[in-house]
Design a protein around this ligand. Structure first.
Ligand code: 6LW
Length: 502
């Protein structure tokens, strides 16, 4: 993708626009079984962990579940900072089952492996891999049936995937260009006569890229591709930046494709990305036995996203809902008041690591979210969250509605409105800033307000979106919009999210 190659063909023959999985869905790993593709992404401090998607054409992805959706599989303690937790899965199909290897970067965590016969679940309890060093584990099986686990760094060790025991000592492999930052995200493939070692390098920020090397054995030695990096947007004005951390897949027609992460900075300089790192797709061709990555099309398009209206009529929550660190029935249930979601606070605000919050990823640059909130005897509402130190909230407590801004160490109530007791419809509208020359313009504007009885939106405050961006907050995630309880018990009759089009 360093050149100007453009392809508008995907396996189904239609044109496509990226991202293929919009919103905070980084570190994609993909595998194909017959005509079906499956994709997994990182999930960090959110529970359930590792969103899974299915596609028939690599372009249109349907969410089918989460690999780690039981507390026995995923514990994310409050000692774990946001952007800790679940990093960089590898999803493979081998020997009649799906294998998913991943790192839980939190106390009591480490590398783990889960398996399933149906990727929609259930997934097994974890097999822990105490002797696998480092993050971003990959799995590949050679012709003898030996399973090789390759991790960031880059190093490799043979693994018995049934017991989790390593066989022998880890060995250092090719680690990218001389002096390159953060050689990570390795994936090892047998393609034709060669073993290919694909890695990300340059760090997951603007310098990100993907390089490849090949050798005759899965253990090397590896010869680097003379055209490395085979994918990077560093130093370009491409609207998709930070491109890296990819995985290759071959379509049934023999064509090759790469999924990878990218970010879409908006606003003036230095640019702020607010949707996290998203999943993109590009065609791959081969020249002299090396992969050449083509360009993504129409990268300004937001893509479809998930359906987003929930009346909370079902006893189970849709797989796109994610909670911070854990979700217990005591604190989050649709069974207490049928047709409503009930959140029971732990007596803390969204500033705390044990906040009771349930949200869905923001997947479009211009969008709105609304919710009917009945604070009952409590206090809660609607929030746009990046982490504990970066969120904008609108909440109701039965006497007033207030807008809270938490940015870094500063927490402020920026607007209040007296309201009668009972349910109130709260809303968030996220829009592009007005066009005028100012290189300091932020990425977007976040308006928080109430819905009047006639259905119109009355903003109480409009805040600069840059403070809820990765460039300001740091970390690996993106915005999540959702519902929370800060005190007592709060009921939500419905939640809706939609893209705003001009
Ligand atoms: C992940 C690493 C990376 O482990 O960021 O972009 C880290 N690549 O490979 C967290 O997503």
């Amino acid at each position: 993708m360093k050149g100007s190659q453009v392809s508008d063909q995907h396996p189904a023959g239609a044109s496509f626009a990226g991202p293929v999985v919009p919103g905070f869905h980084p570190d994609p790993s993909v595998c194909r079984v017959g005509d079906d593709y499956y994709l997994a992404c990182s999930s960090f401090e959110y529970f359930p962990g590792i969103p899974l998607f299915h596609s028939r054409d690599l372009v249109h992805w349907t969410r089918i579940g989460n690999a780690l959706d039981r507390p026995e599989q995923l514990r994310l303690p409050t000692s774990m900072p946001s952007s800790g937790g679940i990093y960089a899965p590898t999803l493979r199909h081998h020997d009649g089952r799906f294998w998913l290897i991943v790192t839980n970067c939190s106390e009591g965590g480490g590398n783990l492996l889960v398996t399933a016969t149906d990727p929609a679940g259930p997934w097994s309890d974890p097999t822990w891999l105490p002797d696998v060093p480092g993050i971003d584990p990959d799995l590949a099986w050679d012709e003898d049936g030996t399973c090789w686990c390759t991790v960031a760094g880059v190093s490799q060790v043979a693994l018995d995937p049934y017991t989790g025991r390593t066989l022998g000592e880890p060995r250092r492999l090719w680690s990218g260009g001389p002096g390159a930052k953060a050689p990570e995200a390795p994936h090892l493939y047998r393609i034709g006569d060669y073993w290919y070692l694909l890695i990300a390098e340059g760090g997951t920020e603007r310098g990100h890229g993907i390089s490849i090397a090949r050798g005759l054995s899965p253990n090397g030695p590896f010869e680097p591709c003379p055209a490395n990096p085979i994918l990077t947007h560093r130093g370009t004005d491409h609207p998709v930046q930070n491109t890296g951390h990819g995985d290759l897949v071959q379509a049934p027609d023999g064509s090759w494709w790469m999924v990878f992460l990218g970010a879409r900075p908006h606003g003036g300089t230095p640019g702020w990305h607010v949707l996290g790192r998203e999943t993109f797709l590009a065609p791959v061709t081969w020249e002299d036995g090396w992969p050449v990555v083509g360009d993504i099309l129409a990268p300004g398009d937001d893509g479809p996203g998930d359906p987003y209206h929930d009346d909370f009529d079902l006893t189970e929550l849709h797989a796109s809902w994610i909670s911070v660190r854990d979700r217990s029935a005591e604190h989050c249930t649709t069974k207490e008041r049928p047709g409503s979601l009930t959140l029971r606070a732990r007596g803390t605000s969204l500033d705390e690591p044990d906040a009771v919050f349930i949200g869905r990823r923001q997947q479009h640059h211009a969008c709105q979210a609304r919710a009917s909130v009945d604070p009952a005897q409590g206090c809660g509402g609607l929030a746009v969250r990046l982490d504990e130190q970066h969120h904008y909230d609108i909440e109701a407590d039965g006497t007033e509605v207030r807008v809270v801004s938490r940015v870094g160490s500063v927490r402020a109530v920026v607007a209040t409105l007296p309201v009668p007791a009972g349910p109130v419809v709260l809303g968030v509208r996220i829009t592009e800033p007005p066009e005028r020359y100012d290189p300091r313009t932020g990425p977007d504007l976040v308006s928080l307000g109430v819905e009047r009885p006639d259905g119109t939106f009355a903003p109480l405050a409009t805040l600069d979106g840059r403070y809820l961006s990765t460039e300001v907050a740091g970390g690996f995630t993106g915005r999540v919009i959702g519902l929370y309880a800060a005190q007592g018990v709060v009921h939500f009759d419905w939640f809706g999210y939609e893209q705003l089009t001009a």
